[in-house]
Design a protein around this ligand. Structure first.
Ligand code: DX5
Length: 232
C-alpha cells in the first residue's frame, strides 16, 4: 500500500469500560459487534495513576476470539514483561515513547519477540520523539487524552500533531498506521480521521450507545470513512 493512499479505517475498542467480571464474554460481544481488533489498556499504577490487568488476564481471553489483540503498555520499564504480552496472545505491543530510555532497542525487542511494534505519544510529546523509530513500527498512537482513565474529554489540539505525523509518514513513504485513543466518539471521530488517523480506539462511546455495540461500531466506522473520504 502506498503511504499516500487513505489507509483502511479500523475500529479498536478499549475494554476499559467493559465488565471485568466477564471479560471473555465481553471480547466475544466485541468481535460479534464487528470490531477490527481489541485494545488492552495495560496500566501499572506508576506510568499512569491507574492499575488494570496483567498478561494472564489477556491470555485467559485469547482462546475465545480470533481478532487481533494489542497491548497498550502504559507502564514504566516495558522491557521487563515484554515477552509475556506476546505469550499471552497480543499481536501488537504499543510502547510509550516516554516510558523507556532506550525506545529504539525496546521496539526492536518487541519485533524479535514476534509481535508487531507500535509507539505511543502522550499529548505533550512531539512527533519528533518518534522520527528515528518510524522504520521500526507499523503504527503510531497519538493519545487524545492524558492516559489513565476512560471517559475523558477529547483533546482537539492533537489534530495538528496527527496531521504533522501523517505528513512525515507520507513524505518517507512508510507503511504506518496512525491510531488515536481517548474521547473518540460520534462528535470527535471525524476531526481525528480528517487529520490523518485511521485506527480509532473507543471505549466509553461504544458502551454508552443505547442501540448497542454493533450500532456504535458501525456508526463510528461510517463517520470515520465519510471524514476520510471528504479529506482525500
Ligand atoms: C486512557 C485509555 C482510554 C481508553 C478509551 O488511558 O487508553 O483512552 O482507551 O477511553 P474513552 O474512549 O472512554 O475515552
Amino acid at each position: 500500500m502506498t503511504s499516500a493512499a487513505p489507509r483502511p479505517i479500523q475500529i479498536a475498542p478499549s475494554v476499559l469500560p467493559a465488565d471485568f467480571s466477564k471479560l471473555a464474554e465481553e471480547c466475544i460481544a466485541l468481535q460479534e459487534a464487528g470490531v477490527d481488533r481489541i485494545q488492552w489498556d495495560v496500566m501499572d499504577g506508576q506510568f499512569v495513576p491507574n492499575l488494570t490487568f496483567g498478561p494472564d488476564v489477556i491470555a485467559a481471553c485469547r482462546p475465545h476470539v480470533t481478532i487481533p489483540f494489542e497491548a497498550h503498555l502504559m507502564v514504566n520499564t516495558p522491557e521487563v514483561l515484554l515477552e509475556r504480552w506476546v505469550e499471552a496472545g497480543c499481536n501488537l505491543l504499543l510502547v510509550h515513547a516516554e516510558s523507556t530510555v532506550h525506545l529504539h532497542r525496546c521496539l526492536e525487542q518487541v519485533r524479535q519477540a514476534g509481535a508487531g511494534a507500535a509507539v505511543a505519544l502522550n499529548p505533550s510529546t512531539p512527533v519528533s520523539a518518534v522520527e528515528h523509530v518510524l522504520d521500526l513500527v507499523e503504527m503510531v498512537l497519538v493519545m487524545t487524552v492524558n492516559p489513565g482513565f476512560g471517559g475523558q474529554d477529547y483533546i482537539s489540539t492533537m489534530e495538528p500533531k496527527i496531521a504533522e505525523l501523517r505528513a512525515l509518514i507520507v513524505e518517507r513513504e512508510l507503511d504506518v498506521d496512525i491510531e488515536v485513543d481517548g474521547g473518540i466518539g460520534p462528535a470527535t471521530i471525524a476531526g481525528a480521521t480528517a487529520a490523518g488517523a485511521n485506527v480509532l480506539v473507543a471505549g466509553s462511546a461504544l458502551y454508552r450507545d443505547p442501540d448497542g455495540l454493533g450500532h456504535a461500531v458501525a456508526d463510528l466506522r461510517k463517520r470515520a470513512e465519510a471524514a476520510q473520504g471528504a479529506g482525500s
